[in-house]
Write a protein that binds this ligand. Sequence first.
Ligand code: ADP
Ligand code: MG
Length: 324
Amino acid sequence: MPTEFAFIDALKARVRGGEGVRQGIGDDGAVLAPPAGEELVVSTDTLVAGVHFPQDAHPADVGYKAAAVNLSDLAAMGATPRWCTLALTVPSLDPGYVEPLVAGLLALLDAHATALVGGDTTRGPLALTLTAIGSVPAGQALRRNGARPGDAVYVSGTLGDAAAALALRGTRLDPQDGEAKLARTRLAQRLARPTPRVALGQALRGLAHACIDVSDGLAADLGHICRQSGVAAVIEADALPVSRALAPLEIDPARRLRLQLGGDDYELCFALAPEDEAQLAEIAHACHVPLTRIGSLGPGEGVHVLDHAGRVIAPPVAGYEHFG
Ligand code: ADP
Ligand code: MG
C-alpha cells in the first residue's frame, strides 16, 4: 500500500499546472494569482459514501461527480473555474480504488482547465470534500436574490433523469428489452456523471437576474430564488423538459412530475427579463445545451406548479434535507 507521501507525490506528478498557480501541491498552502479586476468565487461540497453515492459506486464516477457538483456551483455563480483543493478521507490508499477515483476527478477538472492545487489526505470512512475556486469580473457574479416579478424562468437541459435512475435502481428489467436497457444506462449516466453547465453560467452574466443550480430538485432550488428575491414562481408542468431517455418510460404523469421537481440534475435554473429572452437562442447554441422556458415570476411567494388547464397540481416538493 502506498504511504500518504507516495500518494501525494503521485498526485502531484499527474496534476496539470494551471494559470495563476504560483505554488501548487507541495507546500503548506497554495499561492494563487487571480486575474486582474476579477473577484473570487469559492464553493465547497462534500460527498459521503452511503449518503451521496452508494458504497459500491465506481470510484471513477465518484471522483467525477465530486468535481461536477462543485463546478456546477461555480457555474451557477457565473464564475470561470480556476483552481480546486481536495480533502480526501479514505479507509486505505488501495491503488485499485484511489487511482480511478483521482482519474475521474482530474478528467473533469482538466476538461475545465481547473488545477488541483492542494488538499489533505486522511484515513477514515470514505468522503471527498472539494473546494472549487473560480473568478468573475468584479460585480458580475450571478446571485439568487436579483429576480423580479415579470421575469421569465428558464432551465437548461432536461429534468428528472437522475431521480429516475435512483428510483429505477434495483427494480426489475426485462433483459430482452434492449431499448429499456439503453434508456436505463443513459439515466444512470446522468446520475453518476452530471454535466456542470460551466459555459452557460458564464454566458448568463449580465443577463440573468438570478441563477441557481438544481442540486436539491427544481422545486426546492427555485424556491430559494423566490425566497431570496421576494417573488413567487408559477411553473407549467407540461413545460418541464424531459430527456429522450425518460420520455418513453411508462411512468405515470404525477410520478414523473415528482422526479422532475425533486431530482439532482445539476442543470441551471435562472430568471431574466422577457425582453432579453431573444438572446437565449444564440447562447443555447454556443453552449450546446437546450434552454427551456418553464414559467414566470410574479409578486407573492413560493413555487406553484400548474397543469395544462391552469390548475395547481402539486404542492412544492421539499428538496433533500440531511437533517430533516
Ligand atoms: P501539511 O502537513 O503541511 O498539511 P500535507 O502532508 O497534508 O501537508 O500535504 C502535503 C502537500 O500535499 C500539501 O501541499 C497539500 O496541499 C497536498 N495534498 C495533500 N493531500 C492532498 C489531496 N488529497 N489532494 C491534493 N493535494 C493534497
Ligand atoms: Mg495537511
